[in-house]
Each structure stands twice: as structure tokens, then as C-alpha cells.
Design a protein around this ligand. Structure first.
Ligand SMILES: [Mg+2]
Length: 342
């Protein structure tokens, strides 16, 4: 008899669903990727759906309704970016208590529309329902150029370098500030809190990586190490990370102190891109991102042989370090039910 969700975790549960639901044999869906990818007519479509739940993904006392609207769309657009795709439209289901203010719904859609306009993703429709807690579910549809010109998790090769866009740990620092677990003021505080409340999906970066020849990638939603483990497991390889090379904001240590490197490795919700490519392709990708004025791209490690999806952390002298935490799993009984705590 199957046990509880917390026994098999979020990803064990996804595996069961993937084995049980109907899909057309012609669709060749891969439930491991950030978005579903399938051929339709002459083109290749992608679609993703993601929910934000009050007191799991945000608190009403630390997020404005504009923030919730922005973030609910942003996390979905990030999954489109993670495939190297272009968003074409979104559907929004909003569940909230009947005693909510009309102005709150207005503010929610104001925040969402701001990002929708920036990302040229029209809100096509949706649903409203009453609920004791606020819950938002967004579905985004998009396109990729072809079934080959796309980022997938399952195609990393031994010898590939591992790259990430931007800096890591900022969203975790923002959460620490919002929860009162860290203190810093001024524009630094605002920068980290914005990373937590209003992440910027790396859509242009995802497309630039594909154009540069990168084929393996995903977004970092649950933490660098745990997301790299997923990529490695999907590809049947392992990986090494040089901890000193993981890019961080110069002020991260001022916010998180000794917890800085642990959060750069394990903090969730940065929504940067994680990808692998042979060194020559990686250089091309770095050049392209620089030329287009997009996010920086930093090499943080390499793909090595090993089928278990193992990620080894290396210190300054190449020594193997003990893991210092883990990323986020929605059904992990040991996890604090709040993203980014780790
Ligand atoms: Mg994702």
C-alpha cells in the first residue's frame, strides 16, 4: 500500500503521477522538465503551471497583493525561460476568502499585469473561487523554435561545464529580512527583498543560451545543489561544484553572515538559470549574454561520470566538503513549510 506523501516526497509523487496519467504516445512528454513540450501542428508548444499558497509560498503580512500577482506569474515565466522558450499567454486561477477587498484583487492584477506587459504575455482568462486561504495558480503557454532548439534536463554530458546566471542566495536573504531573521537597511535591504518578492524571469537569457548552442538547462527554484541533483539524475551523470566559484552579491554576507555560502548553495527561489555545455559552447554562451547586455554567466563546476545524480561540493583546495543543507521539497516531513528557509 502506498504510504503518505511525506514518505515519498514531492518528486516521488511526481514520478507516480507520470506513470499513471494518460498522454498520447505521439506527445513524448518528459515529466522531468520545467515545462511540458510537445509538437502541435507545425510548431512546438510548451506549457507550465505552478501554484503559490498563502503561508507556504508567501505571507500576507510580508507580501503586498501586487507582489503576489507579480510572483505568481514570474515563477511560471521562469519555467518557460528554463526551456529557452517564449511565453504566449497565461491563465490565472485565484482562490481567496469572500471577505477580501475588491481593491486587493485589483492590486493583485496590477502587479501581475506589470510583469505580463514586460514579458509580452497576455492574460487570456482564468477562474475565481472562494477559499479560506489565498491560493493562486497560473498556467503559461509558450513556444520553442523546435524540439531540438530547447533546454532539457536529460542531456548533460560528462565533461560539460556547469553555468549559472546572475547571483545566488539573494531570495533567501530577502526572506530572512522579511521574516526578521536578518537586519540590514537602505537600498541593500530593498534589493534583497525585491529578489524574494519580485523575481525577474530570465526569458531573454534562456533564448540566448539556446541560440549559443546550449541544450541542457533548468531554472533554480529549490536551490542550486538540489536542482543540479535533479538535472544530473535526469541525465544519468554526477557533478562537482567549486563552492568558491558560486556567484553571490557582494552584500550577501552582510545580511546572512556565516550562513552566506550555505544559502548560495541551498537557498531557493532565485529563479536563475542552471545549464551545462561543453567548454567551447559555454564560452559562446558567456559572450552572447555579455554582448546582449543580459545577466552574467558564471561557471561553477563540471559534469562527471556517475549515474546517481550525486553532487559533490569542492572547497578551495579541491577537497570534498560535507553537504550543509538541502533544497526545498513540498512534501518533505522534515522541511519547514516555508520556501527558502534552508
Ligand atoms: Mg522550474
Amino acid at each position: 500500500m502506498p504510504g503518505k506523501l511525506e514518505d515519498i516526497g514531492e518528486f516521488g509523487t511526481i514520478g507516480r503521477i507520470a506513470r499513471s496519467v494518460f498522454t498520447s504516445p505521439a506527445m513524448a512528454l518528459d515529466f522531468q522538465d520545467d515545462a511540458a513540450l510537445w509538437q502541435w501542428g507545425g510548431g512546438w508548444l510548451i506549457a507550465t503551471t505552478d501554484a503559490l499558497v498563502e503561508d507556504v509560498d508567501f505571507r500576507l503580512c510580508t507580501f503586498s497583493w501586487e507582489d503576489i500577482g507579480w510572483k505568481a506569474l514570474a515563477v511560471n515565466l521562469s519555467d518557460i525561460a528554463a526551456m529557452g522558450g517564449s511565453p504566449r499567454g497565461a491563465l490565472v486561477a485565484l482562490c481567496l476568502p469572500a471577505e477580501s477587498e475588491v481593491a486587493q484583487v485589483d492590486a493583485f492584477y496590477r502587479g501581475m499585469s506589470l510583469l505580463a506587459e514586460q514579458a509580452r504575455t497576455p492574460i487570456l482568462g482564468g477562474d475565481l473561487s472562494s477559499s479560506a486561504h489565498v491560493m493562486v495558480n497560473v498556467t503559461v503557454f509558450g513556444e520553442v523554435e523546435s524540439g531540438e532548439r530547447v533546454l532539457r534536463r536529460s542531456v548533460a554530458q560528462v565533461g560539460d561545464q556547469i553555468g549559472v546566471t546572475g547571483v545566488l542566495g539573494n531570495a533567501a536573504a530577502g526572506l530572512a529580512l522579511l521574516e526578521g531573521n536578518a537586519i540590514v537597511g537602505g537600498s541593500t535591504r530593498e534589493r534583497f527583498i525585491a529578489a524574494q518578492r519580485r523575481p525577474a524571469p530570465r526569458l531573454r537569457e534562456g533564448r540566448a543560451l539556446v541560440a549559443a548552442g546550449v541544450r541542457c538547462g533548468m531554472d533554480i527554484s529549490d536551490g542550486l545543489v538540489v536542482d543540479l541533483q535533479k538535472l544530473c539524475a535526469a541525465s544519468g551523470v554526477s557533478a562537482e561544484i567549486a563552492c568558491a566559484d558560486v556567484p553571490t552579491d557582494p552584500d550577501l554576507a552582510a545580511v546572512l553572515g556565516d550562513d552566506c555560502s550555505r544559502q548560495a548553495l541551498n537557498g531557493g527561489e532565485d529563479y536563475e538559470l542552471l545549464f551545462t555545455a561543453p567548454p567551447a559552447t559555454m564560452r559562446r554562451a558567456q559572450d552572447r549574454l555579455t554582448r546582449l547586455g543580459l545577466a552574467t554567466c558564471t561557471v561553477v563546476g563540471r559534469i562527471v561520470a556517475g549515474s546517481g545524480g550525486e553532487v559533490v561540493l569542492r572547497g578551495d583546495h579541491g577537497e570534498a566538503l560535507l553537504p550543509t543543507g538541502k533544497g526545498f521539497d513540498h512534501f518533505d516531513a522534515a522541511a519547514v513549510p516555508r520556501k527558502g528557509r534552508e
